[in-house]
Design a protein around this ligand. Structure first.
Ligand code: NDP
Length: 285
């Protein structure tokens, strides 16, 4: 039976450490500040933005929530980003995606100062990730890496199979595993024989968005399973991309959904915001 990698407990431990660091920084006159920008009123986005702001405040960080109507133009949003770029109280800027169709999300993400890009989506920071340089690492993949580390998984020489190739999860997590000397396979909707690929994996990272599509009997005995997927089934139930109970019988360690990767994402956002504030404080940006 697999060990459960408890994302909630790991996240709490990290947040306690971050809170202590925030205090130290405040003693030097710097309060880390995060601006969240929400355009429109998508209910799920509203919840995410609120959770991010609340998490900041709980740690003693400064947070500003900026909401704009759904009909906001790209020019208006770019002007807002410019203001935030030059606001010394703001160290991190997060634009909640998706944006309405009249706004080009790439243009907006590229307008964020790379020094305040705490989501790690700016092409400058993506380029640094690709080339293995220190950077703001995108929060969800970063959370996955921290969980693997906390679970004592050494990736060197391991076969890692990432299912999903999105820019926010699949691709960056694959690069991070490569950086830690794993042999990485990235699978997607056109991959032939997905079960065969997963069966060969020492570590499976699922970021698909299809409830329980990765079957328990695809998991190699003793493999480590990280389930990034969050899928709502029915009114209240959340499940991952992996058939949890059957996979847990074969895996050596597995993340649950909920309580796995989810709590790590905001934690790494807080971490990145703190780092951005430290860099601004040292004049190193
Ligand atoms: P995307 O929809 O952007 O990407 C999904 C990926 O899965 C694509 O690369 C797609 O392939 C691939 N895929 C879809 N169907 C199949 C299939 N049948 N077989 C193999 N591959 C398939 O999703 P995200 O990366 O944004 O998110 C993935 C999941 O992670 C979602 O459940 C999301 O809710 C969750 N998530 C959780 C977060 C957290 O904090 N815990 C944060 C972010 C996401 P192709 O490219 O060929 O279309």
């Amino acid at each position: 039976m697999a060990t459960i990698i408890d994302g909630k407990a790991i996240a709490e431990k990290i947040r306690a450490d971050l809170a202590a660091q925030v205090k130290e920084l405040q003693a030097r006159g710097i309060t880390p500040g995060l601006a969240t920008v929400l355009v429109g009123s998508d209910p799920a986005s509203e919840v995410y933005v609120r959770m991010k702001g609340d998490a900041c405040n709980k740690l003693g960080m400064h947070s500003v929530k900026i909401t704009r109507p759904a009909e906001t133009t790209e020019e208006e949003l770019l002007a807002l980003i410019n203001e935030l770029n030059s606001d010394p109280a703001i160290h991190g800027i997060l634009v909640q995606l998706p944006l309405p169709p009249q706004i080009n999300a790439d243009r907006v993400l590229e307008a964020i100062s790379p020094a305040k890009d705490v989501d790690g989506f700016h092409p400058y920071n993506v380029g640094r990730l690709v080339t293995g340089k220190p950077t703001f690492q995108p929060c969800t993949p970063y959370g996955v890496m921290v969980m693997l580390q906390e679970a004592g998984v050494d990736l060197a020489g391991k076969e890692v199979v990432v299912v999903g190739r999105s820019n926010i999860v699949g691709k960056p997590v694959a690069l991070m595993c490569l950086q830690r000397n794993a042999t990485v396979t990235i699978c997607h909707s056109k991959t032939r024989d997905l079960p065969g690929r997963v069966r060969a994996a020492d570590v499976v990272i699922a970021a698909v968005g299809v409830p329980e599509m990765i079957k328990g009997d695809w998991i190699k005995e003793g493999a480590v399973v990280i389930d990034v997927g969050v899928n709502r089934v029915g009114e209240k139930k959340l499940v991952g991309d992996v058939e949890f109970a059957a996979a847990a019988e074969r895996a050596s360690a597995i993340t649950p959904v909920p309580g796995g990767v989810g709590p790590m994402t905001i934690t790494m956002l807080l971490h990145n915001t703190l780092e951005a504030a430290k860099m601004a404080g040292s004049g190193n940006r």
